[in-house]
Ligand binder design. Structure first.
Ligand code: FES
Ligand SMILES: [Fe+2]
Length: 441
């Protein structure tokens, strides 16, 4: 049906502009779920969310309710959250421990952690002579087609074919390397639980905002100014303001021209990196102590290499935004064409001193949580964009900023020096969207 009404999806996306229906048409949304989210590698969670056998965490992949579970064998698997009997979700809670097996609350079919059938009531008397049987795959909980981990971060793909996780992530793997390498023990662990926010806007509006280097000094200027005033007052009084004020004041002190000094790197599959650093390597005693612990673990030279990585933000298309130097991760779960869930997580660097964790927590609360003005201002923009795009006030979304000036290199499109606010990341995401949506299958 849709194929007749939308004969050529590629026509919705031009290199420098996109039709508004891409954000507002429910049928295009259904196709996106089928061709993108239920096909490519989607982040499920961190393995530390399910440390013990039987621990599970539910997760939405496209339109599919899934669950991530730790087996008695230590393996982390991803299964459809659906009982093979009459279809009930196996886990109604968001997370928990299922014990030695899953037991469906409807008619008590039970399943091992890998989804295979364990037992059902009156197995012999009830099913003899029927098509039901252990050899019938329909009698077991269906697993995700593919599950892979990268440095403890678990991804699933719901189709058998396609690139490996490593191939799919490509250069964006640095999000996880940068985060984990900053831990003296080389690993991070999740800090339960996450914030969940439902945005009344299309999922792509959130993603396009993540590397939109022009908006912080506009949208967040008022918050930044207020924080800067207080920061200066404290400084005058005590000689030094807490670093947390800098996390907010940077939105006012890093003006548009300064954002242009940073750079975005745009990779295949829609992934993008924003370089730049918000002055998070001060010479305060906490940082110096952390550097000492790092040097003990890695040596002076390698510590410098790790702490010198110059990344502010990595966007992993189509559903992950990672701020690795501050151990922040936001997962995007589309719920409908105009409804998007974001899960906002942060992590602890294993082996790092407590004040360094406190720094990540401060950024989590001050910048990414639903209670901060930063997040609220972004959410209002997203909602207003969705409302405007739903109107007849225009057909196109503009991604013209610095179009034609980006530097194309093999495997990467870089913004030109001094043009860091180029809308190259949005163009790159829509290029990937177009490729996924129109790929031969
Ligand atoms: S629906 Fe699960 S046992 Fe019947
Ligand atoms: Fe923002």
């Amino acid at each position: 049906m849709l194929h007749e009404r939308v004969p050529d999806l590629a026509k919705f996306v031009e290199p420098d502009r996109v039709r508004r229906e891409v954000y507002t048409d429910p049928q295009i949304f259904e196709l996106e779920m089928e061709r993108i989210h239920e096909r490519v590698w989607i982040y499920c969670g961190h393995e530390s969310q399910v440390p013990k056998p039987g621990d599970y965490y539910t997760v939405q992949i496209g339109r599919q309710p899934m669950l991530m579970v730790r087996g008695a064998d230590g393996a982390v698997r991803v299964l459809y959250n659906r009982c093979p009997h009459r279809g009930s979700m196996l886990c109604g809670d968001r997370f928990g421990n299922t014990g030695e097996f899953f037991r469906c609350s409807y008619h008590s079919w039970t399943f091992h952690h890998d989804g295979s059938l364990r037992n059902i009531p009156m197995m012999e008397s009830g099913y003899a002579g029927t098509r039901w049987g252990r050899d019938n795959p329909d009698c077991h909980v269906k697993p995700a087609a593919r599950v892979e981990r990268y440095r403890g971060f678990v991804f699933a793909s719901l189709v058998q074919d396609g690139p490996t996780l490593k191939e799919f992530l490509g250069e964006s793997r640095i999000a996880f390397d940068d985060m984990c390498d900053r831990a003296p023990e080389g690993e991070v662990e999740v800090v339960p639980n996450c914030f969940r926010v439902i945005q009344n806007s299309n999922w792509k509006i959130f993603l396009e905002n993540q590397l939109d280097a022009l908006h912080p000094s506009v949208t967040h200027q008022s918050t930044g100014r207020a924080a800067h005033d207080v920061e200066l007052a404290i400084e005058r009084k005590t000689g030094r303001a807490p670093l947390s004020y800098h996390m907010l004041s940077a939105f006012a002190t890093v003006t548009i021209d300064k954002w242009d000094a940073f750079q975005t790197l745009n990779y295949p599959n829609g992934h993008c990196i924003l370089t730049g650093y918000m002055g998070l390597r001060p010479r305060d005693p906490d940082t110096l102590e952390y550097e000492r612990v790092m040097e003990k673990a890695y040596g002076k030279q390698h510590t410098e290499e790790i702490l010198g990585v110059n990344i502010h933000h990595v966007l992993i298309y189509p559903g992950l935004s990672v701020q690795s130097p501050l151990q922040q991760l936001r997962a995007v779960r589309p719920l409908g064409v105009d409804r998007t869930l974001t899960e906002i997580w942060h992590f602890r660097l294993k082996g790092a001193p407590e004040p360094i964790y406190r720094r990540a927590l401060a950024y989590y609360n001050l910048v990414n949580s639903p209670s901060t003005m930063i997040n609220a201002d972004d959410l209002e923009n997203f909602w207003k964009c969705h409302q405007g795009l739903s109107s007849d006030g225009g057909d196109w979304v503009s991604f013209h900023r610095h179009y034609g000036r980006d530097v194309e290199k093999p495997g990467v499109v870089e913004t030109a020096p001094g043009l860091g606010t180029s809308e190259a990341p949005m163009r790159n995401q829509m290029k990937a969207w177009s490729q996924f949506m129109t790929a031969e299958r």
